[in-house]
Design a protein around this ligand. Structure first.
Ligand code: G3I
Length: 385
């Protein structure tokens, strides 16, 4: 393993001298080439620092793309079902569960010796709950019925999988990024508020799966425009602690967005507020999990070499800052190859050039982002806990 400069070292050594210089020349010297790092699986690079590396995987990708599944099996020590544990997939009706697709992903992970996380037990936004639940008639005792529905769901899922799943995103994205307030849903309205609803979800998960790491998962990030979102998440995490809600970790989704080719001064400006946020979270005793890493290549030219370089540098800078926290032990990408990323379908580029948000291209060839992740994992402080 070649000796590599840490991104922070680069920033510090450059301070005041090349404050607005492009990162590329310095980083190029610090990053191994993609082919060189491809020799070692990312799960093994991570394991040397006592970290775990993994990805989201969908049932469709698993069953229809064997080459991709083989890549995931080679590179990953950790998996999460991209959609198949969500209420929208798991709960076709108020009285039924559809476990087949999630079971298939879990079984495949186990057959390949890969741990599987649970995502998620409650995505607390009407947009992502099943239509039947948004329109549900809670009857004459709405509080009791909402409590029954929510606890039955969490009990049924967590007891079915027992110790096969050791970490759950119990609650996903309950904070409105616009103003940091909490979303309401049909459940929270019936239960008399969002905080009691989220608390109930965590208490139910702790009782049914006492062995499991319980995570609050959200996409507050380090780019400008995330202040209200970060503040809202901090308020929520403080409330959990104050009320004794059993939450172990913050899932830091890490859907990064470039704003052009990153420069040293740009990265330094992002780093301050991001560290302040992570400091506050870890001082409250929360563990950190990077749960959904990928990059929207905004404000970068269509030219693939330039774009990939910008994405790689931004990812490296972000991971170096974030992996400096010893409370962070798991890094998961939200898809490993561009042909299985949600981003193209949800948010295509303005110039319509295909998005390049992940570590491997559409032909499953490693990209500079893969080398950046490998280098960040390889140079992360060794976890001692
Ligand atoms: O399954 C149907 C398919 O039958 C149909 O042909 C197709 C036509 O549009 O739609 C398919 O379902 C879509 C599904 O993705 C699979 O592609 C859903 O409409 C679409 O809503 C769903 O989007 C998922 C989204 O969460 C909402 O659940 C994305 O795949 C998934 O990547 C995304 O993941 C979220 C995390 O759970 C939470 N954090 C943010 C992250 C990205 O948005």
């Amino acid at each position: 393993m070649p000796t590599m400069l840490n991104r922070r070292d680069l920033i510090v050594s450059a301070a005041g001298l090349i404050a607005s210089a492009p990162l590329a020349p310095a980083l190029a010297a610090a990053m191994p080439d993609a082919a060189g790092t491809e020799a070692a699986a990312l799960k093994d690079v991570a394991a040397r620092r006592r970290l775990r590396f993994g990805t989201a995987l969908s049932f469709g990708a698993l069953t229809r793309d064997p080459a991709y599944a083989a890549l995931v099996a080679r590179q990953c020590g950790l998996l999460v079902a991209e959609n198949e544990m969500k209420w929208q997939w798991l709960r076709p009706t108020p009285t039924t569960f559809a476990f087949d697709r999630f079971d298939a992903i879990l079984g495949w992970g186990e057959a390949h010796g890969i741990a599987v996380r649970g995502h998620n037990l409650l995505w607390h936004q009407p947009k992502w709950l099943p239509a039947w639940l948004n329109a549900y008639d809670f009857g004459s005792a709405p509080h009791r019925e909402a409590e029954r529905l929510l606890t039955t769901h969490i009990d049924t899922v967590t007891r079915r999988y027992g110790t096969r799943i050791k970490s759950y995103d119990v609650v996903n994205e309950a904070v409105n990024p616009k103003d940091g307030t909490l979303y309401e849903t049909s459940l929270s309205k019936a239960l008399g508020g969002t905080e009691p609803t989220l608390d109930l979800a965590f208490h139910t998960a702790r009782a049914a799966a006492p062995h499991a790491q319980l995570v609050y998962n959200d996409y507050m990030s380090w780019e400008p425009g995330n202040d209200a979102h970060r503040a809202g998440v901090l308020r929520l995490l403080e409330g959990f602690r104050r009320r004794g809600t059993p939450v172990d970790a913050l899932g830091v989704q890490s859907h990064l967005i470039t704003q052009g080719l990153p420069t040293a001064s740009h990265v330094a400006a992002l780093e301050g507020p991001w560290r302040a946020f992570l400091d506050a979270v870890t001082h409250m005793g929360y563990v950190l999990v990077v749960t959904e890493l990928d990059v929207r290549d905004n404000m970068l030219p269509a030219d693939i070499a330039v774009r990939d370089r910008g994405v790689a540098e931004f990812t490296r800078a972000y991971l170096d800052v974030t992996l400096a926290y010893p409370q962070l032990t798991d890094v998961l990408c939200w898809g490993l190859a561009d042909r299985h990323s949600w981003i193209e379908g949800f948010e295509p580029r303005r110039d319509r050039a295909p998005r390049r948000p992940t570590l491997y291209d559409t032909a499953l060839q490693p990209k500079p982002m893969r080398a950046a992740v490998a280098a960040a994992l390889a140079t992360a402080p060794i976890r001692t806990g």
